[in-house]
Each structure stands twice: as C-alpha cells, then as structure tokens.
Design a protein around this ligand. Sequence first.
Ligand code: S3P
Length: 424
Amino acid sequence: MEDARRIEPAGGVFRTGVRIPGDKSMSHRALVFASLAEGDSEITGLAPGQDVASTALALQNLGMKRTGNRFSPPHIMTEPEGPIDCGNSGTTMRLLAGSLAGTPFRVSLTGDASLVSRPMGRLIAPLGALGVEVETQPDGTGPITTGGAQIHGADVSIGVASAQVRTAFELAAIQADGPSSIDSPAGYRDHTERWLESFGLGEADDGTKMEIFPGRIPGARYDIPGDPSSAAYLWASAALVEGAHIVTPGISLNPGRLGFLTILERMGATVQGEVTGSIHGDAVGTVEITGGSLQAVEVFGDTVAAAIDELPLVAVLAAYAEGVTIVREASELRAKESDRIASTTAMIRALGGGAEATEDGFAVIGTGFLDGGTVDAVGDHRIAMAAAIAATAADSQVTILGASAANVSWPSFYKTLEAVWSSQ
Ligand code: S3P
C-alpha cells in the first residue's frame, strides 16, 4: 500500500539529545495573537506541520501579512471569498471561532472529513453568552460560521477542561465592551491565560477561573519552545529501553502539558526537569528521560487533560509494563482526530497486546512485550507516531498504514526517530 512505512525495532540502548520542533499549541496562539495585535509581531520557531500552516494560511487570507518571521495584522480584515479551510486542525477552527467573532462580516470555517466530524457545538453556549452567534451543523459538527457580533462581557463556566474552548472565549472576550470571566475543570493547558495576563488583558485566580479585560494585544515577540507532545514520543521510546537516555532542551513546561511526565515517572522511568526560561510567563526548560522497568498505572482526574494528546503513548508503555493500566474519565479521547479510545486499543491489539476499550477510557494488560504487526493510523497523526514508538522494543517490525498522517504535527518525525535509535 502507498503510504505504508515499516519500522524495525530500535535494537539497542540509545543515548542522545534532540531539539524538538516548535510547540503546536503555542504556534497557533502566537499567529492568532499576532493577527489581533496593535502592531507587528515577531515569531520564531513555529511548529512545522500542516496544522499550524492551516492557521497561518487562514489568517493570511483574512489580510495578515508575513515577511520572514514578522507578522503584520490586517488594518481591516479582508472578507474571504469562500469558507476558510482549517484542514485537519481542530485548534484552528476553535480558536478562529473566537478570534473572528468581532469581524464585520460572517465567516465560514470548514475542514477535512475528520475535522468536520468533531464536536463544535461546545463553542455555542460560551461564545453565545458574549453575543457571538456560532452556527454549526444540526449535529453540532462543522462547517461552522462565526463573526459579525457586537460582543458584550459575560461570565461563563464550561463542563470540559478544553483549552481550545477557553481560548476561543478569551479571544472574543478581549473584544467585548466590558470584563468577562470563564471557569472550567482543571488540567487544561493555560498558554492563552498566561500570555493574556502578561499583556495586562486578564487575571487568573488561584484555581481555574480567568477574568478577561477588554483591550488590544500589543505587537510582541514569540520564541516558540519545543513541543512536549512531540518530545513525548522520544521520551516514551527511551522509557522502553533500560538505560536509554534522551535529553530535550527548550521544551514547554506549562503545567497543562506535564501529565505525561507525571505518568512516566509513576511508571518507573527516571524523569529530570529544569526550568531554563519562559515565554510570556509560561515556563520552558530541559527534560531528560532514562529508561527503566515499567509498572502499570491508573490515570484519571486532572492528569487526563494534562496528558490528553499522549494517552495513546501511555497505552504503548502499558503494554510493555507489569500489571494492568487503566485510563478513565477520558471520554474526550473520542473527540480527537480519530476516536482515540477505539484507535488506541485497536493499535495495541494489532501488535499482539491486550487492550479493552471502556466507555470513558481503556485498559491495557502489561505483558512486557509486543509482537509487532500492522497498524492502521486511521488518518490520526498521534496513532501513526505511537505505533512507531511501539516498535522500539517489539519482537518484530511494525508496519504503519497511512504513516504520513504524522505530517500534520511533525513532518520529520520518522527521520528523527531513526537518528535517535542509531545514536548507540
Ligand atoms: C489544544 C488543546 C487540547 C489538545 C489539542 C490542542 C490547544 O484540546 O488535545 O491537541 O492547543 O488548545 P481540547 O482543548 O479540546 O482539550
């Protein structure tokens, strides 16, 4: 089959350092902040994949100008001729639903087959409270329309720990006629909250509530740190090999991104971290992982949101661990680029492991080994890359069908993985 890739097991103990490409969540945000800013912004280290390219292109179609790393906001937003294509990127669609709320015209946002099957109805109530009419399809999916609103301040509380929904609300709320606030369950990545606070446009309390003050984002400089959700693949690979060692400098250490490191530590890997800097109040640092023998864990509560994109990797580690790993309270997995409860358990079983889907998560039986085999990535970048990591210590090769799905977040992933494994 076209687009199939065969990954041979790592074959030894590797020790190396890797600079990870820019963080996807922050790249989307830096672009959207730049599009709303009062002056030019400078962005370095943007994430390389198609998802961030979708946000950049959408904003350029609305009149943002780019010269190298310099981004100039449109003086007046250009009305696009047709729907804006968000590709495979849920973050693009949800963030733009909020940031474009105040445009003088209605904008339609669409995407690929996976994106237009994902839940967008969750934007309707919080943005609606601000006076923004978000229209979805009757079943709450995309394409959606937004824009053309007179935005009033409002106080809302949402039932999911979704950073995307919070960000959409906050980016609309800075355009309102008065202060607003949003609250939600904990565990979300709070990049937007920290950046708005650093620009004097909001104030977070000690818990999960954020107040937003109307105002303009200033032109600013964003040096995007490495993406912990990408680094996680290499961390997991090192964790699977006793004595293997990976050093990743310049990674985002936002608390809402640390769930996977917490899980790795609880499973028995050695995790070392050091804060070396920050980006607008959001910590950045070095992470080092050393592999050891792994134990099963139970994952639930705030850790779920803080590790949401890494849970397919938790299943891979769990297959090689001792005991039964349980992930629960994670029904959000069903709303990702694929139904990740189904695709994660199918991946483990395709490789000879034992995994069961539950209503709100999954269970994986740790046998200490995987046979290898063929995994269908079902168009989901995180399943393609997790399957490659499953090959690390497998008894035979892993073949990934639809391996190029990795391009949405990390186009050079397989090349990097090969280089890491040959650093022995
Ligand atoms: C993201 C938030 C998370 C995450 C996604 C990126 C973001 O989604 O899964 O990959 O950049 O805000 P939710 O906000 O839906 O939890």
